[in-house]
Ligand binder design. Structure first.
Ligand SMILES: Nc1ncnc2c1ncn2[C@@H]1O[C@H](COP(=O)(O)OP(=O)(O)OP(=O)(O)O)[C@@H](O)[C@H]1O
Ligand SMILES: [Mg+2]
Length: 236
């Protein structure tokens, strides 16, 4: 997202909808969501199970397309992008942290983190050097050659964060990043995300069920039944 004109929001959604069709039944997971998230913001998305939080995150992360409405990511209307364009935007601008880590089990931490850089056509030595730095930044410089199966849950989540950070994204989206962690590891992960936001100005949008985690964010968006029922700081 480098080089974007000043004031262009990281995300701008207008009346966003997403319906899923399954065996002739349709589920309206999002029923008209409008929001703006600016660069440098720290936002928590909260709401009951099934309310549409992950669906919204997948749309913001360009992992999925809306059924209706408009979504601009760093000023680019996703409807104008083909799948390759969407993938490029995702790879360059957004770091995504999933609740279930999504790490390759038989691959070292270093290679897991270096993987997104393959799609940028970066040479192997530079990929590994960047991955090493990203792992050091999350306190895992001593675990470069460990495989996910040889790491604790907290360590695996930090590998997933390192992988999200390795491409220098301007936005990090995290879906329940502390959901599978005990409170000590959860605090550590939140500390990493908070520092990323305050020290590097990276916008962070995270989904959480944890009130304390949500309270650490400057802005809370409450989602219920596919709509926003409360936004503590609807951005101008
Ligand atoms: N791929 C899919 N196909 C069909 N329905 C889906 C699909 N993904 C989600 N849904 C439905 O859309 C609704 C919203 O799901 P979503 O995963 O966004 O909820 P959520 O708020 O993230 O819940 P949780 O807190 O449990 O993770 C749910 O009713 C869910 O069953
Ligand atoms: Mg979810």
């Amino acid at each position: 997202m480098t080089g974007s004109p000043a004031g262009v929001p990281a995300f701008e959604a207008v009346d966003l909808t997403r319906s899923y069709h399954l065996d002739g039944v349709s589920v309206d997971a999002l029923r008209g969501v409008s929001l703006r998230v600016h660069h440098g913001e720290f936002v928590a998305i909260v709401g009951p199970s099934g309310s549409g939080k992950s669906t919204l995150m997948h749309l913001l992360g360009c992992l999925d397309r809306p059924t209706g409405g408009t979504l601009r990511v760093d000023g680019a209307d996703v409807a104008t992008l083909d799948d390759a364009g969407l993938a490029e935007l995702r790879n360059k601008a957004i770091g995504f942290v999933f609740q279930s880590f999504h790490l390759l089990a038989r691959t070292s931490a270093l290679d897991n983190v270096a993987l997104p850089l393959v799609y940028r056509g970066m040479g192997r030595a530079e990929r590994r050097e960047r991955a090493r730095r990203a792992l050091e930044a999350v306190g895992l410089g001593h675990r470069l050659d460990h495989r996910p199966s040889q790491m604790s849950g907290g360590e695996q989540q930090r590998v997933a964060i390192a992988r999200a950070l390795v491409g220098d994204p301007k936005v990090v989206l995290a879906d329940e990043p502390t959901g599978n962690l005990d409170s000590r590891n959860g605090k550590e992960v939140m500390g990493i995300l908070a520092a990323l936001n305050s020290e590097q100005g990276v916008a962070v949008v995270l989904v959480t069920h944890d009130r304390e985690v949500a309270g650490a964010a400057r802005r809370q968006i409450h989602v219920r039944d596919g709509v926003i029922e409360l936004d503590t700081e609807a951005a101008p």
